[in-house]
Design a protein around this ligand. Structure first.
Ligand code: OAD
Length: 245
């Protein structure tokens, strides 16, 4: 792919760069996205039956086991060239902030050191009752296991529908979006708020917004540039071009 010269210039001259990633970034690692018409998780499962506090209270075992299945899937997946390119950007771009909606930890496994996770992380567990992270518990065979402190049910440390986003990462994500010169919006359908307002926030503050996605999204018509294609191909190429001497 050849990149427009003004886009490359914007990245080369940027004082601060922010990137927001979504499930599309992990698609090439074999992790299913949420909204793909055939393979997306929400095409096969109902969010209200699996990803709400009410669903968990109604059927904690089903929800725990569904996340256990996704945890295994993610553990067996490997970071792809998109994750590696983003990890490299942290070293090569000044003031680089990576914000992700993904809960799979693949950015960290690719070498990204600073990742703002606004939807939590599937490898972490917390107590439903106390809302605090739990790292050890007794394996009694109960599903889900119980909190060793209060006996409450344990759950994955991810954000469910109807839940608020974690305050500190979300504030950091908004601050980085307001403050950047270039904002990369990669592999997200840009329909889930408040994450979807981050590129809009960047636009409002005169940043150059670059969308990378093989499909059209509600952001497409508003983005400064649209790079149409898979992130695993576009990001490494973009990095090479921008850092070319
Ligand atoms: P979606 O499944 O909604 O969107 C994935 C996007 O990735 C789509 O726009 C695809 O076109 C695009 N895509 C697919 N393959 C790609 C590739 N190889 N390279 C680049 N893009 C590709 O996933 P998200 O936008 O991440 O929230 O969904 C947002 C939130 O909705 C998730 O974090 C999750 C879900 O409900 C919670 O669990 C709170």
């Amino acid at each position: 792919m050849t990149f427009p010269e003004p886009l490359l210039r914007a990245l080369r001259n940027a004082r601060k760069v922010a990137a927001l990633t979504g499930a599309g970034v992990s698609a090439e690692s074999g992790v299913p996205t949420f909204r793909n018409a055939q393979t997306g998780l929400w095409a096969q499962f109902k969010p209200e039956e699996l990803a709400t506090p009410g669903a968990f209270l109604k059927n904690p075992r089903l929800v725990w086991e569904w996340y256990e299945w996704r945890r295994q899937l993610v553990q067996n997946a490997k970071p792809n060239p998109a994750h590696f390119a983003l990890a490299e950007m942290e070293n090569k771009f000044p003031g680089f902030t990576l914000i992700t909606q993904n809960v799979d930890g693949l950015h960290q496994r690719a070498g990204s050191r600073k990742v703002i996770e606004i939807h939590g992380n599937i490898t972490r567990t917390k107590c439903f009752q106390e809302d605090t992270v739990v790292t050890q518990w007794n394996e009694t065979g109960e599903v889900p296991p119980k909190c060793p402190r209060c006996g409450g049910l344990l759950r994955p440390d991810v954000v469910w529908f109807e839940e608020a986003l974690p305050e500190i990462p979300t504030e950091a994500a908004f601050a980085a979006s307001r403050d950047c010169d270039v904002f990369l919006c990669i592999g997200t359908s840009a329909v889930v708020y408040p994450a979807a307002s981050l590129p809009l926030e960047a636009l409002q503050h005169q940043a150059t917004v670059i969308e990378i996605n093989p499909e059209v999204t509600p952001l497409t018509s508003r983005a400064s540039y649209v790079l149409n294609g898979p992130a695993g191909e576009i990001l490494p190429g973009l990095l090479t071009e921008v850092t070319r001497a």
